[in-house]
Design a protein around this ligand. Structure first.
Ligand SMILES: Nc1nc2c(ncn2[C@@H]2O[C@H](COP(=O)(O)OP(=O)(O)O)[C@@H](O)[C@H]2O)c(=O)[nH]1
Ligand SMILES: [Mg+2]
Length: 369
């Protein structure tokens, strides 16, 4: 059976794959909801100090999906998706912040988008970035302290040795936080990370810092970027400059018109694309494609995922019954246009379980259930 046949047979099973979640944070009136609107093509009210949580699913723009659909003429076209959350919950008070309540929704996101006011008269981006980081540190410190106490008590009662390692890591985390440094700057290995994953620490999340600039400063975007680049010296943070207000005003325009307006303003990449590109980079993600008759679709996986695990993103049955992957590169597919021509040109490879999938691979999985 091919994955394509399977998709037709079990179409209803495919809605459970959770999309990557991004959460917007920032101090009040920094333009969080404005940037949310710009990135998600939404029109939620701004400027009202609302504490409401907004959600949206973004379809990841991917020209490869469109181009493959031209060739395959599928019944359905499915882009990868990202969930975006606009949340209040940060006070902007930095170290002075007390008793911060961070919602469960926000704790469960994969990466943070910190929107920083770089547009208002008294904007102080450097301080605001540091304040946000400090606020996360204080929050995590409270969690770490109370859990060390709890775990030590429990270990004494039960004599359970397995907790010792977790307590040890928590103590190292505490030392880091007491030095006012975020957990993401620690060198924790995968096993250690697994042990503390359940705590959903905020300062352990990768972060995209969005400098939300004024309309008049668009021409200075590069300079502004450079001036704050020091915040992204490691790979766990990214920086982007955009004018949320202008981009929000373009919501609702047709794509061509939208891009034309941006170009006139000197903006080469729309907010949504910047956010997605940088989030993929932060999280080490990439896409592979399936292009069979019923559906052309992009799937998101971690860089380095092998073919069998990638099959599991489509469905666990395809992973379990994996036989082989028939792989072509996107460029070859576009050049040769049909599976028969690809085969004739020797551009279709048969790969086994351990093959490391590459960005843009077009894959047909063969499997047995
Ligand atoms: N001039 C300018 N104003 C902005 C920009 N982004 C947001 N604002 C204004 O800042 C105010 C607060 O925006 P909002 O998105 O509601 O902030 P939030 O509280 O962080 O969600 C609104 O009046 C926006 O119009 C921007 O890029 N330029
Ligand atoms: Mg808001």
């Amino acid at each position: 059976m091919t994955a394509a046949d399977f998709l037709v047979a079990k179409a209803e099973l495919f809605s459970h794959i959770p999309p990557m979640k991004l959460g917007i944070i920032g101090k009040p009136q920094s333009g969080k909801t404005t940037v949310f609107n710009a990135a998600c093509q939404m029109q939620v009210a701004v400027g009202d100090y609302s504490q409401a949580v907004h959600r949206s699913i973004i379809k990841v723009p991917d020209k490869r999906v469109d181009a493959l659909a031209e060739l395959v003429n599928p019944k359905k076209l499915t882009y990868a998706e990202i969930e975006m959350l606009d949340t209040p919950g940060f006070s902007g008070k930095g170290k002075e912040a007390a008793g911060i309540e961070i919602s469960e929704d926000l704790k469960k996101i994969d990466a943070l988008i910190a929107v920083i006011d770089s547009f208002s008269q008294d904007a102080n981006p450097e301080k605001d970035i540091q304040d946000l980081i400090d606020e996360m540190i204080i929050h995590d410190q409270t969690v770490v302290e109370s859990n060390i106490t709890k775990k030590e008590k429990k270990m004494k009662q039960t004599g359970e040795k397995t907790m010792a390692q977790e307590i040890d890591i928590l103590k190292r985390c505490l030392a880091q936080l007491e030095e006012e440094r975020p957990l993401i700057e620690m060198d924790l290995n995968d096993d250690e990370l697994k042990l503390i994953r359940g705590y959903l620490f905020m300062s352990l999340k990768p972060m995209l810092i969005v400098l939300n600039i004024a309309e008049d400063d668009i021409s200075k975007s590069d300079e502004i970027f450079t001036s704050l680049e020091k915040f992204v010296s490691d790979s766990k943070r990214e920086l982007a400059v955009m004018c949320g207000k202008i981009e929000m005003e373009l919501v609702g325009l047709e794509e061509d018109e939208h891009l034309e307006f941006l170009e006139d303003l000197g903006i080469s990449t729309p907010a949504v694309e910047i956010v997605i590109q940088k989030a993929y980079k932060l999280l080490g993600l990439m896409s592979f494609l399936t292009a069979a008759e019923p559906e052309v679709r992009a799937w998101t996986i971690k860089i380095g995922t092998n073919a069998q695990r990638a099959a599991g993103v489509i469905h666990s049955d395809i992973e379990r019954g994996f036989i082989r992957a028939e792989v072509t590169s996107y460029d070859d597919y576009i050049e040769h246009k049909t599976p028969a021509a690809l085969k004739a040109a020797g551009k279709q490879r048969l790969e086994g379980k351990e093959y490391r999938v590459k960005d843009g691979d077009v894959i047909l999985f063969r499997f047995n259930v």
